[in-house]
Design a protein around this ligand. Structure first.
Ligand SMILES: C[S@@+](CC[C@H](N)C(=O)[O-])C[C@H]1O[C@@H](n2cnc3c(N)ncnc32)[C@H](O)[C@@H]1O
Length: 367
């Protein structure tokens, strides 16, 4: 630079240089991210889109009628970041929940990277989501992702009790846009984000309401910008609670007080014990040597599926029922109860009900 150049001119030139650098960075990063997508080379009876993440080819089936049925670029941005930053954000064996999972790419990539993922969305979207998740993770991941309904703001505490659902990461791609449930989404983030939880959220900016959501979000959470991609109108954020310890402690104290009002001391103690035992084993599934291993009620359950009949595999209804039994063990106390299961198939529900029906003493003796 010319030493005689006036200071204002120098600043202007530096700013222009920075802007140019940012544009190049954005263009290069966006190109690298979008290059992970490919399309079928031949016309096939089924329409799908291909992605390469974690050295695996991932095929995503989209349907055209719903928001959750097409893949949005924010999902690719988040997947790319997760793959490239495994040293800092290591998902192996971590409890992860995805909100608004759509066609499931983020869930699939997180599972390939070793996480125990709960993949959630609206009920109408779950069929296609489950299809993509199963097709791309079966036999490839240590932990099979669990696909569940989570409609923002609706019965979240009942479906995901804090004591048994402590997540290391909440993942979300393109969940903020002009829909009427932004407050419910905020409450859902707030409820699920506990002490130590990190939110990784890819956000596509389209309209003003999205900016104001970010402002409101910042009142509750610290926000760090990880990527800024103006060419895609996407930013990737990391967030965590502002009032981590205080908020959680307050909520837990309140829940404990209510519990104590309803139950006598002995019962409360047993229930807390039980919860603590279950909390150490959040529900998760993984494959081992052609068998499937499920984790419920503090035990590993090995299920061998046959290929020959309807009764030879685990159906999602069984997983939903097991999850319900486990998370509602206070209300639906199975200890010493007589239970009949009809159409037991591979027997997962019977096994879980039996484990939940054992008294503390039996359970400890059998461990
Ligand atoms: C724009 S799509 C993004 C899908 C996916 N994350 C991706 O990036 O490809 C928004 C997702 O949020 C889900 N969604 C919208 N409203 C919801 C609500 N009230 N509760 C739960 N999920 C909702 C949609 O079904 C859809 O899957």
């Amino acid at each position: 630079m010319d030493a005689r150049q006036p200071k204002a001119m120098e600043d202007f030139t530096t700013k222009q240089g920075d802007a140019k650098e940012n544009v190049t960075e954005d263009a290069e990063l966006a190109k690298a991210i979008m290059s992970r997508q490919f399309h079928p080379s031949a016309i096939s009876p089924e329409t799908w889109e291909g992605y390469i993440f974690s050295d695996q080819e991932i095929r995503i089936k989209e349907s055209t009628d719903l928001y959750g049925a097409v893949l949005w670029p924010s999902a690719m941005v988040l997947c790319y970041f997760l793959e490239l930053n495994q040293d800092k954000y290591n998902l192996a064996h971590k409890n992860v929940i995805e909100l608004g999972a759509g066609t499931g790419l983020v869930t699939i990539v997180s599972s390939l990277l070793g996480a125990k993922v709960t993949s959630t969305d609206l009920p109408d979207v779950l069929g296609n989501l489950q299809y993509n998740v199963t097709r791309n993770t079966k036999g490839r991941c240590k932990y099979i992702p669990l696909v569940m309904e989570l409609t923002w703001g609706q019965n979240v505490a009942e479906r995901f009790p804090r004591a048994t659902h402590r997540f290391d990461y909440i993942l979300a791609a393109d969940v903020v846009y002009a829909h009427p449930y932004l407050n419910e989404l905020m409450e859902t983030f707030d409820y699920l984000c506990q002490d130590g939880t990190q939110i990784l959220w890819a956000m596509r900016f389209r309209l003003d309401p999205e900016n104001s959501f970010v402002d409101r979000f910042q009142q509750r959470f610290h926000l760090e910008e990880l990527y800024n991609l103006p060419s895609l109108s996407i930013k990737l954020y990391r967030a965590w609670r502002k009032d981590q310890t205080e908020a959680v402690t307050e909520d837990e104290d309140e829940a404990e007080e209510n519990e104590e009002e309803d139950k006598d001391d002995a019962q409360t103690e047993e229930s807390a014990d039980r919860k603590q035992r279950l909390a150490a084993w959040p529900p998760c599934f993984y494959c081992r040597m052609g068998k499937e291993v499920y984790s419920y009620a503090g035990h590993e359950i090995v299920i061998e599926e046959g290929l020959d009949s309807f009764a030879g595999m685990i159906w999602p209804g069984a997983l939903a029922l097991c999850h319900y039994l486990e998370t509602h063990c206070d209300q639906l106390n199975l200890v010493d109860k007589a239970v009949l299961e009809i159409g037991a198939g591979t027997g997962l529900v019977s096994v879980v009900a039996t484990l939940l029906g054992m008294s503390e003493c039996e359970s400890v003796c059998n461990d």
